[in-house]
Design a protein around this ligand. Structure first.
Ligand code: THU
Length: 139
């Protein structure tokens, strides 16, 4: 395993402790490695208006982008679950905004510490991205 993978996975695991989950009690931690080498962390942050909830992955992306980062290598996602916790559709779309789907890696880890690695292209095939906007005909 590359030397950045284990620290990234551990950062995601640790980040579960900061999840704000009074409604679901479902803790998620994410750690995003920018190409600068900095790791940005995110937890899920819930809201009494449930739709205002932010997933851990988006929290990590928004922290990184707000810090000026625009290029990313990988994200690790840790749930307190037996199975791997794959990112939701909205988070996959946010990843696509900033990441090359063929090279950006999504590392999933479960309660047992097992790891599964996928590319963003595997998670979000036939996607709609900024390139598709360019195809619009001028009115
Ligand atoms: N959640 C995440 O943080 N990431 C995911 O990939 C899936 C779901 C959060 C949102 C909500 O706080 C809780 O998990 C249950 O959906």
């Amino acid at each position: 395993m590359e030397d950045w993978k284990e620290p990234l996975l551990n950062a995601a695991r640790d980040q579960r402790a900061f999840a704000y989950v009074p409604y679901s009690h479902f803790r998620v931690g994410a750690a995003l490695l920018a190409k600068s080498g900095v790791i940005y962390r995110g937890s899920n942050v819930e809201n009494a208006s449930f739709g205002a909830t932010n997933c851990a992955e988006r929290s990590a992306f928004f922290a990184a982008v707000s810090a000026g980062e625009r290029a990313f290598t990988a994200i690790a996602i840790a749930g307190d679950t037996k199975e791997f916790l794959p990112p939701c559709g909205i988070c996959r779309q946010v990843m696509l905004e900033f990441c090359d789907p063929d090279t950006f890696l999504v590392l999933l880890t479960n309660q047992s510490g097992e790891v599964r690695t996928l590319t963003l292209a595997e998670l979000l095939p036939y996607s709609f991205g900024k390139g598709d906007l360019a195809c619009a005909s001028a009115t």
